[in-house]
Design a protein around this ligand. Structure first.
Ligand SMILES: [Zn+2]
Ligand SMILES: [Zn+2]
Length: 160
């Protein structure tokens, strides 16, 4: 009976995606100054390293590592009024959302595609999910070498 009980408890706390275990508890994130805080309240569909030139410039890094989840997956706990949005004028989707005090990239809701996009570096908790692929590899910086063996796509992902 004891063993049954602990199994049932484990099932309530965790669930399984095809290749990984993901927390059900909200996963917290925040910006550098702490003015903006949020939590992820439902499981992600993917985590992707994007090497496109827009991501590189917006983040100032070799690539942007983004977690994608459902449109309602992100709940802001404070500082939503500090969020500033820049949409690249000729881009179909590309929008950079950041804290106007400290400049940290922050989650955004893409109403058009029905998704929420969360910069992985903004999490304070371990989100559980791990990067699964590289996209826009044809646009990567010349000094950037991909060595992790994950699937690479020359342009956009086959699916979000
Ligand atoms: Zn901030
Ligand atoms: Zn990109």
């Amino acid at each position: 009976m004891q063993r049954e009980g602990s199994r049932a408890k484990r099932r309530r706390v965790r669930y399984r995606l095809p290749s990984e275990e993901v927390h059900v508890e909200p996963i917290r994130g925040s910006c550098l100054c702490g003015g903006v805080a949020f939590e992820l309240i439902s499981p992600p569909s993917s985590v992707t390293h994007c090497h496109c030139s827009r991501c590189r410039k917006a983040r100032g890094t070799a690539n942007a590592t983004n977690l994608v989840a459902g449109i309602d997956a992100v709940r802001f706990l404070r500082g939503e009024d500090l969020l500033t949005t820049f949409k690249v004028p000729d881009a179909k989707h590309f929008t950079h959302v950041f804290c106007r005090v400290c400049g940290s990239s922050m989650p955004r809701r893409d109403e058009g595609r029905g998704i929420a996009i969360v910069p992985m570096g903004s999490f304070d908790d371990d989100p559980g999910a791990r990067p699964g692929r590289h996209i826009f590899v044809d646009s990567k910086a010349p000094w950037d070498e991909i060595t992790d063996g994950l699937p690479c796509f020359p342009g956009p992902p086959p699916s979000i």
